[in-house]
Design a protein around this ligand. Structure first.
Ligand SMILES: Nc1nc2c(ncn2[C@@H]2O[C@H](COP(=O)(O)OP(=O)(O)OP(=O)(O)O)[C@@H](O)[C@H]2O)c(=O)[nH]1
Length: 392
């Protein structure tokens, strides 16, 4: 369910129809014909800095199409708009399939050629046969296709729906702000085909969505730990400026992690870090941050230290009993090295030590409480590990 974290991006899309009912907000600016260019060029330029080929290609495609309509290169594009939007949606979905990289790489070149080929193909069809919708009109279709008469007009709608479903599946497989941004654009195309939304606001909103997905990427880069997906130390630093009135801080450290790394390799070490982060997020209270290395920190709101203690104990036991098994004794690359379900291989025992401190009259400042939690953690380590120690 990691993808839910990025639901604020399509939230923007859903929010727009509501915003238009606010009497003091005039959305007429979305109809300014220059706005899509500004937003899409902005998204394209930023995508270079972020090495986000997916956003770059999407911005380029939308800009090329919008530019072609402004220059009247596409005859009768108003009638053909649903077909173009269906095609754009399918391309956006295909962009989601690839990983982000520089647009100037080999794959970026292939995509650019494919887009150019599509554009030239469409131009050629238009010049030789007229607007696309005419190709679907009955006199041009063979007699047998009359049976499918009713299917010709919903074709763009079906293309957009298929593209949206594909983009959703890809978002679940590879969750991230870019995948969510592309899915939102697909949904926007679907809405455009379904409602007949004019092109200018449609392209403006698409540009906004692409820019928002890049903003989401920059938030992830700044405040998330890439390996475990939990909030980073920087996020913790900012959170500590306004920690709340009553809270506890728990420091959690994996025991003998160096030995684990040395014995089984860093790849297994990374998998252990991910497993521990997942278990803490699932069973422990409060907000979780990766403090650094094999150390995590929890900011637990409220006065009830005993309840926090119970939950932390439960989490510690869950980690200690987590079934991590090696598949074979040999080192190998990739995730095949171990599986938690395969109980035939050697078991890797992972335990954590915890230090807990609460805000009190003597411990008022966030740094003091953090230091106290760290001292408690040190005590837990010294007294044998795989246990919790509380600062009194
Ligand atoms: N695989 C992996 N290892 C890391 C990462 N960050 C830090 N480490 C390793 O974590 C280890 C930390 O070792 P120590 O600080 O000695 O702690 P420890 O072995 O857990 O010992 P105790 O805390 O006393 O139980 C070092 O070997 C680091 O290389 C990471 O992101 N991935």
């Amino acid at each position: 369910m990691q993808w839910l974290r990025f639901s604020w991006i399509p939230g923007l899309l859903l929010g727009l129809p509501l915003v238009q009912y606010l009497p003091w907000l005039d959305l007429a600016f979305l109809h300014n014909a220059q706005l899509p260019f500004l937003l899409l060029v902005g998204a394209l330029l930023l995508s270079f800095f972020y090495h986000s080929s997916r956003v770059g290609l999407a911005a380029l495609l939308l800009m090329a199409f919008y530019g072609a309509t402004r220059l009247d290169w596409l005859l009768g594009w108003e009638q053909d708009l649903p077909i173009y939007l269906g095609l754009i949606a399918l391309n956006l979905m295909l962009f989601s399939c690839s990983r982000d990289r520089s647009i100037w790489g080999y794959l970026g070149g292939v995509w650019l050629m494919a887009l150019l080929g599509q554009g030239m193909g469409l131009f050629w069809v238009q010049q030789n046969f007229g607007p696309l919708l005419q190709q679907f009109s009955l006199p041009h279709l063979p007699a047998w296709s009359l049976a499918f008469e009713s299917f010709t007009s919903p074709l763009p709608l079906l293309a957009c729906m298929a593209a949206s479903m594909g983009a959703f599946a890809l978002l679940i497989l590879y969750p991230g702000p870019t995948a969510m941004g592309l899915l939102s654009c697909n949904l926007l195309m679907l809405y455009g085909v379904w409602s007949g939304m004019p092109l200018v606001p449609l392209m403006s909103v698409a540009g906004l969505l692409l820019l928002t997905s890049l903003l989401g990427s920059s938030y992830e880069l700044a405040f998330r730990d890439e390996l475990t997906g939990v909030k980073s130390r920087r996020a913790f630093r900012y959170q500590m400026l306004t920690p709340g009135w009553h809270y506890c801080i728990a420091m959690i450290d994996i025991d003998h992690f160096k030995k684990l790394n040395d014995r089984f390799g860093h790849q297994l070490g990374d998998q252990v870090l991910r497993m521990v982060a997942t278990q803490i997020a699932r069973y422990a209270p409060g907000q979780l941050f990766r403090y650094g290395g094999e150390e995590f920190v929890l900011l637990i709101p409220g006065r009830d230290r005993e309840a926090a203690e119970k939950q932390l104990e439960f989490m510690r036991e869950k980690i200690a009993s987590y079934p991590m098994h090696l598949r074979s004794g040999k080192r190998s690359s990739g995730n095949k090295f171990w599986r938690s379900e395969n109980r035939t291989g050697q078991q890797v025992k992972v335990t954590v030590s915890i230090g807990l401190a609460q805000k009190s009259r003597r411990l008022r400042r966030a740094e003091e409480i953090l230091k106290a939690a760290d001292q408690a953690l040190y005590k837990a380590k010294r007294s044998g590990r795989n246990r919790m120690s509380i600062h009194h």
